[in-house]
Design a protein around this ligand. Structure first.
Ligand code: PRP
Ligand code: URA
Length: 206
């Protein structure tokens, strides 16, 4: 299952991100903002519990987040989405997966993994701006399943149809939340129209 955020506030920001003249500082701010919208959508069903609270006027009941959450950025570009996720979920743990696509084949290579073993039914949120061929996303989720995670969601800014299709085949139990479903991949396995190299744009390596 995949969910595309259909909202003018999101579309406006994705268009600004696409613009090759958008400088890294603004690009990072847009990544933060769109990630916040993704979190809003993806966490609609996060578990909550009732709590008592006393307002300046009276005692009442409210709710607070009860789920344990682990946020897992895929290095390097996934780091660009991390601050926005932690702003929304300040108590979340962070696990890190380092993955790099081979420039010719686009096959992902995992070079680093520091993700806690799943505790009970913790929710894992994998974040990466780009879902292109889907190789990195599929390998990342397979790694989390090996570590015992059973409740996983994948959040991306821009996704290619090819990557979504592969991901749905390999991980039909994991929903994808994305701000844009683009047209296709090009011969270099870049998303068209896409954002270009998201990591380079986040980290100013232009
Ligand atoms: C990019 C992106 C994803 C991956 C997507 O990372 O951030 O991790 O490519 O491509 P895929 O769907 O075809 O696997 P990249 O490997 O370029 O590394 P980087 O984050 O260090 O730039
Ligand atoms: N990685 C990127 O940063 N951009 C793409 O279009 C594909 C993979």
């Amino acid at each position: 299952m995949y969910i595309v955020l259909e909202h003018p506030l999101v579309a406006h920001r994705v268009t600004l991100m696409r613009d090759r003249n958008t400088p890294p500082k603004i690009f990072r701010e847009l990544v933060n903002e769109v990630t916040t919208f993704l979190a809003y959508e993806a966490l609609k069903d996060i578990r909550t519990e009732r709590v008592e609270v006393v307002t300046p006027v009276t005692a009442t009941t409210g709710s607070r987040i009860a789920d344990d959450v682990v946020v897992v950025p895929i290095l390097r570009a996934g780091m660009g989405m991390l601050n926005a996720m932690l702003d929304m979920l300040p108590s979340a743990k962070v696990g890190v997966l380092g993955m790099q696509r081979n420039e010719e084949t686009a096959e992902p290579v995992t070079y680093y993994s520091k993700v806690p073993l799943a505790k009970a039914d913790e929710l894992a949120l994998v974040i990466d701006p780009m879902l292109a061929t889907g190789g990195s996303a599929c390998d990342a989720v397979a790694e989390l399943k090996k570590l015992g995670y059973r409740r996983i969601k994948f959040l991306s800014l821009v996704s290619a149809p090819e990557g979504i299709a592969k991901f749905e085949r390999e991980h039909p139990d994991v929903p994808v939340y994305t701000a844009a479903r683009d047209e296709r991949l090009n011969s270099s396995f870049y998303i068209v129209p896409g954002l270009g190299d998201a990591g380079d744009r986040i980290f100013g390596m232009l």
